[in-house]
Design a protein around this ligand. Structure first.
Ligand code: FES
Length: 224
């Protein structure tokens, strides 16, 4: 009998201890043990984890995106809300603008010309105190004030005041208007455009500045 090394079983012993190719296979313990059910649930758990991570990630991303969009479009919202009525608004709630002090108008009824200023706003910019037009103001004997837009209702030229004739005069087509704004010849289609005016606190003249379509007998506003 050939002596075998101490650590190696003899081939006969190894043959006896190992199952043969025809021996029935035993299933892995995981297929029947509770641990097997857990391994089958693992893909489902991963799917729900990914869905949850997707929604949490979306929420985290939505906050800065929404803040950025709100900041970007805020000027548009502000414009839709309107600029009247704010603490720094130049127009009052009725859309009137302060044009002059009542003391700056002479008591003799002579018209004075004034530039009207407003704050202009486009979508993202504000331009403060910009000239938007000119008006004639005239103080009447009873203390009230009249206002006319200087634009000629014929084709929009600037009308002037003629002290010698005591009337308004348009040099473009030699047309004249009396102090009440009525036309004195047939070229202009209508009289001068009167504007709403009020005296605040007995000292300030405020005008709702508008301009109107030229060349038409009707007074059609083309600005607020
Ligand atoms: S533009 Fe004034 S009369 Fe023609």
């Amino acid at each position: 009998m050939t002596p075998q090394p101490a650590g190696n079983p003899s081939p006969e012993k190894a043959k006896r201890s190992s199952p043969g190719p025809d021996a029935p296979r035993s299933d892995t313990p995981s297929s029947h043990a509770p641990g097997g059910a857990l391994s089958q649930d693992a893909p489902r758990r991963n799917f729900f984890s990914q869905i949850l991570a997707f929604f949490i990630g979306g929420l985290i991303l939505a906050v800065p995106v929404a803040s950025g969009l709100a900041f970007f479009f805020d000027p548009l919202f502000r414009r839709n809300r309107g600029s009247s009525g704010g603490s720094d608004a130049r127009r009052d709630a009725g859309g009137f603008l302060r044009v002059a002090s009542l003391a700056s108008l002479p008591d003799n009824g002579r018209p004075q010309i004034f530039t009207v200023y407003d704050d202009l706003v486009d979508a993202w910019n504000k331009f403060a105190n910009q000239p938007i037009g000119r008006v004639f103001l005239r103080k009447l004997p009873d203390g009230s004030v009249t206002a006319f837009n200087v634009r000629c209702p014929h084709l929009g030229c600037a009308v002037d005041f003629r002290p010698a004739q005591n009337d308004y005069f348009c040099p473009c087509h030699m047309s004249a208007f009396n102090l009440d704004g009525r036309k004195e010849n047939e070229i202009p289609p209508r009289g001068m455009d009167a504007l709403d005016v009020k005296v605040k606190n007995g000292t300030e003249v405020w005008v709702r500045y508008q301009f109107f379509k030229a060349g038409t007998p009707d007074k059609i506003a083309v600005s607020a």
